[in-house]
Design a protein around this ligand. Sequence first.
Ligand SMILES: [Zn+2]
Length: 291
Amino acid sequence: MDKNVLIATALHEHARIYLLNSRQVVEEARKYHDLWPTSCAALGRTLSVTALMGLMQKDENETVTVTINGNGPIGTILCVAQNNGEVKGFCGDKHIYQKYADTHKLAVGPAVGKEGYLKVSKNLKMKQSYTSQVALKSGEIGDDFAYYFAESEQVPTIVSVGVLVDTDDSVKSAGALIIELLPNHVESDVTYLENLDLRPISSVFAEDPDLKRYLYSLFPDALVLEEREVFYHCGCSKERFLRNLLTLPKKDLEEISADEKIEIKCEFCEKIYRFDEKDIKAVLKYASDKR
Ligand SMILES: [Zn+2]
């Protein structure tokens, strides 16, 4: 398996660094959802940071869910990551392609909008253990996450995230860098970070995708603590959707059963599951046996 994440410490152990080359993860998302470039960049940025937040959790069963809605045309972006490296997500409008007139860069901010929120929920074994929300700053995603870390988790953090889409709409490069200042940091660490020359990470990886070379170019004293892998994984199944049906009130189930056939599309991988009368009767029977 390809290790696409470095977790490191630097600045005399005053900083923690998470660095991800997310090209494959974002390309998988693009293929599942048929994402157009601006939708791809917005969802890809959110997936990349969420994936790293998944790795930050201490418990391996902890799940991080990030929801962004800025009242822009893309609608809601929702991403879920786990400590084992799994990440998945979707966005409302998958077919947005708009650029800034001056720079010709993908116009993520206007697509996401900034009249809204970024919400983070952490769940441990189906139980919500934490939820926190901040107002969006720009809708460009990176700034919004940096603001979230500073406000909600009280950790001064730099977030650099980007997706470069190729002329054939495939993902040319993508990555995320999160630099956290630890509580023992001193003023000179802040100055060091202020003077860091952070080029767009997708341009850096388009030229040279090597994680360690980029890490050491920013922090010559960096020490790699862990190499990890994050990957797009949905994990849905017919059984899982049937189990979800069981959580519906019996009245709803009977109504569904009257329709005889239902289709449920998985939002994370777009797979369509079909349930016939037999499936629904089995669910109804199971539900009434249990109640
Ligand atoms: Zn799925």
